[in-house]
Design a protein around this ligand. Structure first.
Ligand code: GLU
Length: 371
């Protein structure tokens, strides 16, 4: 009896399953096609690595990531951070799957993150205001003050002192027995002061009292000529130094940054190096703020990633800024992942593919070829 009652229920279930089976079957492939995996990528605006044009972002790093995403067959949504520190925070917290912009691979960061293999080589360079008609910020008086406190100046003073003290003693020895001559007093004190005065005026090519002893007269004449050469030599040296300073400015390398006001972006590798160089670091969020501070003479220089500075110097900053020397600290850019991220290996592989198939070079030329 109960068996007979259950049979129609089972039949209905079987019928229902048959009816929806094609629906399930049909929806399965359609779902698989539309569900392209999606990755969240953190970045930050930093031309030409990341460039913002209205709502759109591109730039070398973004183009590179889009090429990687294409090969991985994933969709990307970008999330931008104001500075490199907050960009790395996004990666650390897992808010994004990876970070790409101009992130330098450093030992300290490597301990906290997994990096892709280097995606580009970079380095830190110094940028100052351009010299030329509107440089106007090199002050000859300030340069002179710098010179007066320089080691070279102390050496010159030392030589000048020797050139006074030694002949003063020789002349005192020769003249002390000629009371009506150079020395008003034959004793060492205060006679030596007369001799020192004679030597000083002779060195300054002023010509003073004439000594009596024939040898002291000979020394006087000789000393006058030596003094002319000495003064001329010193004048030439001073003029050359001041001229070079006027042309070159006072920042010619990293060692000149000590005590200078230098802008760099918050949390960047440049900030830590500037700390080591004992510069007066002005941290700004965007690199544009740094360019503005330099232009408005709020800082003496910017220290930042060479590719970024080069791009600015060749475009918006043309004629306004000048780069000093070569990059003084080498760095590599990488894509940052959370420690242990399984995505890294796949990205590394695609990076190599993109280098081998020429895509990487094409993108590099697009953003960095000298136009
Ligand atoms: N490359 C530098 C760094 O990783 C600067 C990055 C930035 O300001 O975004 O520290």
């Amino acid at each position: 009896m109960p068996n007979r009652e259950r049979r129609p229920v089972m039949g209905w279930i079987f019928f229902l399953m048959l009816a929806i089976a094609p629906l399930l079957g049909a929806s399965q492939p359609a779902f698989a096609q539309s569900a392209q995996a999606e990755l969240k990528i953190g970045t930050r605006v930093l031309p030409p690595m990341v460039v913002q044009n209205g709502n759109e972002i591109n730039g070398f790093s973004i183009d590179l990531w889009n090429a990687i995403a294409g090969k991985l067959n994933v969709k990307t949504t970008y999330q931008t951070a104001p500075d490199v520190r907050s960009l790395l925070d996004l990666v650390r917290s897992g808010a994004v799957d990876a970070g790409i912009a101009a992130i330098s691979i450093t030992a300290a960061r490597e301990a906290e993150f997994d990096f892709s293999q280097p995606m580009m080589s970079a380095g830190l360079q110094i940028m100052v205001r351009g010299k030329g008609k509107d440089a106007g910020d090199s002050n000859p008086l300030a340069d002179l003050t710098v010179h007066i406190f320089s080691k070279a100046f102390m050496v010159w003073i030392g030589i000048a002192l020797m050139m006074v003290i030694i002949p003063a003693h020789v002349v005192w020895l020769l003249e002390r027995n000629h009371p009506s001559g150079l020395l008003k007093h034959p004793a060492y004190f205060p006679g030596i002061f007369d001799a020192l005065y004679w030597a000083s005026t002779t060195l300054a090519t002023q010509g003073g009292d004439m000594p009596r002893h024939w040898l002291s007269r000979l020394i006087t004449v000789l000393w006058m000529f030596i003094a002319i050469v000495f003064v001329a030599f010193y004048t030439a040296q001073l003029t050359a130094n001041l001229t070079v300073q006027q042309i070159q400015g006072t920042i010619n390398g990293p060692d000149d940054l000590h005590g200078k006001k230098v802008a760099a972006t918050r949390g960047s590798t440049a900030v830590s190096i500037l700390g080591e160089l004992r510069a007066n670091v002005q941290e700004v969020a965007s690199i544009d703020d740094a360019y503005k501070a330099l232009d408005e003479k709020e800082v003496d220089a910017i220290v930042f990633d060479a590719p970024v500075l080069l791009y600015y110097a060749a475009n918006d900053g043309k004629g306004k800024v000048q780069l000093i020397g070569q990059p003084f600290r080498k760095e590599d850019y990488g894509i940052a992942f959370r420690n242990g991220s399984e995505l890294r290996k796949r990205v590394n592989n695609v990076l190599l593919v993109l280098r081998e198939d020429g895509t990487y070079q094409k993108l590099y030329d697009k953003w960095f070829s000298s136009k």
